[in-house]
Design a protein around this ligand. Structure first.
Ligand SMILES: [Zn+2]
Length: 188
């Protein structure tokens, strides 16, 4: 069971980027094949072909570039911005009126249940994050080998999970033990 990084519950785009992560045996990709990706996107298993899968993973790479650019205080590659914008346009949403309990406006997809709807929702969330209040909170996990991002809602947080924090502490301890073993005996 993988613990979600802080912020994934608020942003599907952040969760998308973090589908590439460090497992016990190296990097894991939760979107490795169309079946796994359909499951992650909560679409029917048959909804995603190889072509659609590459659109999803291209979007993931583009959103990762935007988050990295924010965290590094630089401009992102122009192609990443265009990929996200194109995905956001891939499904039209229309305002729809619902009335039980009073009038409410909701935005509904014009192609519900499609890959386009899923891509557009992820891309719109990415735009909201990057251009909104959450943007300044985007941080990469500082643990060695970890590729996840998170929202730093507590000033001292440096890792995406307690697992990463424990790993860093264990590595630091190990380094200390080795240094002490290798340093010459005092007073010898
Ligand atoms: Zn981490």
């Amino acid at each position: 069971m993988v613990t979600a990084a802080p912020g994934e519950e608020r942003s599907s785009a952040l969760a998308l980027v973090n589908t590439r992560r460090l497992g016990t045996g190296g990097e894991v990709d939760d979107l490795a094949d169309p079946h796994a990706a359909a499951q992650w996107l909560q679409l029917p298993a048959t909804a995603l072909g190889a072509d659609a899968l590459s659109r999803v993973t291209d979007l993931r790479a583009a959103v990762r570039e935007l988050l990295a650019a924010l965290a590094e205080d630089r401009s992102p590659a122009a192609a990443a911005v265009e990929t996200v914008n194109a995905a956001a346009r891939s499904d039209a949403a229309a305002p729809q009126l619902t009335w039980p309990g009073g009038p409410r406006r909701e935005w509904h997809s014009t192609s519900p249940g499609s890959v386009e709807e899923a891509l557009a929702a992820l891309a719109r969330d990415a735009i909201d994050v990057v251009a909104g209040d959450l943007g300044p909170l985007v941080r990469p996990c500082e643990a060695h080998g970890c590729v996840r991002f998170f929202f730093r809602e507590h000033a001292r947080r440096r890792w995406c999970s307690t697992t990463c924090g424990d790993r860093v502490r264990a590595a630091r301890h190990q380094r200390l033990v080795v240094e002490q073993r290798e340093s010459p005996q005092r007073g010898a």
